[in-house]
Design a protein around this ligand. Sequence first.
Ligand code: TMP
Length: 236
Amino acid sequence: MQKLEQVYEGKAKKVFATDDPNLFIVDYKDDATAFNGLKKGTIAEKGVINNRVTNHLMKLLESKGIPTHLVKELSDRETLVKKVKIVPIEVIVRNIAAGSLSKRLGLPEGTKLARTVLEYCYKDDELGDPMINDYHIYAMQLATSEELATIAAYSFKVNQILTDYLKDLGIELIDFKLEFGRLADGTIVLADEISPDTCRFWDSKTGEKLDKDRFRRDLGGVEDAYHEIMKRLLGE
Ligand code: TMP
């Protein structure tokens, strides 16, 4: 497998073409941003941890019937994935109130939600990823109703699988963000990453935050939190 030219650079990852037109290589960076890129920094070894944690969770999800873009981990920071066109919708799944939901609705962080909340945001950095609903999605033709039904069903299933898995590791899954992509034949698969950058993980016993909120909110102990997640998930 040959790594060819860079085709995309995001805030946390670079994507490279390969000599196989159906495959990309993702390369995870240590760069960290928050508030739509306004806050910038680095988190030492974040790229390695997010690569390995994402692949570990994607493998788990695949084994439970969720199709993903994962092909194979190539190195500490690089993973071979199926080439997809990302559906420009960020799906947020929430079990416990936190972050922007707490602000918007005046619900104290930590409030258990009586049922799981699904939110959609339009993936557009210039607009600051505004929240949208299914009517906007159809009006802007971001996804068909069949695709959105698949995306929502997968998102709820991912939530169930991850919540159960993390509970046994003493981690409460507060909320997280997913992105989906279309393969060349139109099949919807889970893409992007599932990591402390894109999830809120709280220690089940102490409530300690073990995710990117430590960076966003200047809580200190950022690297330790990322390492703790890798240790609990991968045993190292
Ligand atoms: P929020 O409470 O700030 O809306 O975040 C909800 C979840 O989505 C949280 O787990 C962090 C994740 N997230 C991202 O992965 N990328 C983003 O750009 C934002 C704003 C949130």
